[in-house]
Design a protein around this ligand. Structure first.
Ligand SMILES: C[S@@+](CC[C@H](N)C(=O)[O-])C[C@H]1O[C@@H](n2cnc3c(N)ncnc32)[C@H](O)[C@@H]1O
Length: 204
């Protein structure tokens, strides 16, 4: 992929890793989320923008270490490594990199790419999806876990409004409109209560 140097190694807006106290209150069963998304043993998976490893660890357990995990923030990767080790799991390879470089970093034989709680902040969403499409095998899947498009004041956790600003939130239809032009087909939508959905796309 060619892109201007100025776009290299930049954090996406409004994607800072949340505080663990309310994150774990919001997601009490991350292993269940991984199952609901259809990720299972035998797959090779990418956790794109893995943060502190809240989903990386259950992913790694589920697919027995066949995970590539990537985040731009070295401190997040350090926390994710600790979390994966704490769960007695392992990861094939860690990348401290910009997600937009996925196609240059990760082998092109992946079964499943997950991006959770980050896509809303990606400036060029179709371009990112094009990069994801390059690493997926035919039939591979790309799941985007997003906050529902409801007002931030209504998405309270531990008594406070949480998540990205209301105007940054995307409906599943809006996600579909920017991801399908990259060569994907929407394969399913799953509810991830109380405030999230997963949009699962398939590469034909
Ligand atoms: C809100 S956190 C979500 C982490 C994790 N996916 C989860 O749901 O627990 C978003 C993560 O995206 C990372 N990030 C932001 N911009 C990035 C970029 N351009 N490339 C790779 N990672 C990025 C941040 O460092 C942060 O760890």
């Amino acid at each position: 992929m060619n892109r201007p140097t100025a776009f290299q190694k930049e954090f996406f807006p409004a994607t800072a890793m949340p505080d663990n106290a309310w994150w774990s209150a919001l997601w009490p069963d991350p292993d269940g989320i991984v199952r609901t998304l259809g990720i299972e043993a035998g797959m090779t998976v990418v956790d794109l923008c893995c943060g502190a490893g809240y989903f990386t660890a259950p992913l790694a357990k589920s697919v027995r270490g066949n995970v590539y995990a990537l985040d731009i923030d070295p401190e997040m990767l350090s926390q994710a490594r600790s979390e994966v080790a704490r769960r007695g799991a392992s990861v094939t390879e860690w990348f401290c990199a910009d997600a937009r470089d996925i196609a240059e970093l990760i082998p092109h034989e992946i079964d499943y790419v997950l991006i959770a709680n980050t896509f809303h902040g990606v400036p060029d969403k179709t371009a990112l999806a094009e990069g994801v499409a390059q690493v997926l095998r035919p039939g591979g899947r790309f799941a985007i876990v997003n906050w529902h498009q409801i007002a931030r004041e209504q998405t309270t956790v531990l008594d406070k409004p949480r998540g990205p600003k209301t105007e940054m939130r995307m409906s599943p239809e809006q996600v579909r409109a920017v991801v399908e032009p990259a060569g994907f087909q929407l394969a399913g939508l799953v509810e991830l209560p109380p405030y999230h959905y997963g949009a699962i796309f398939r590469k034909p």
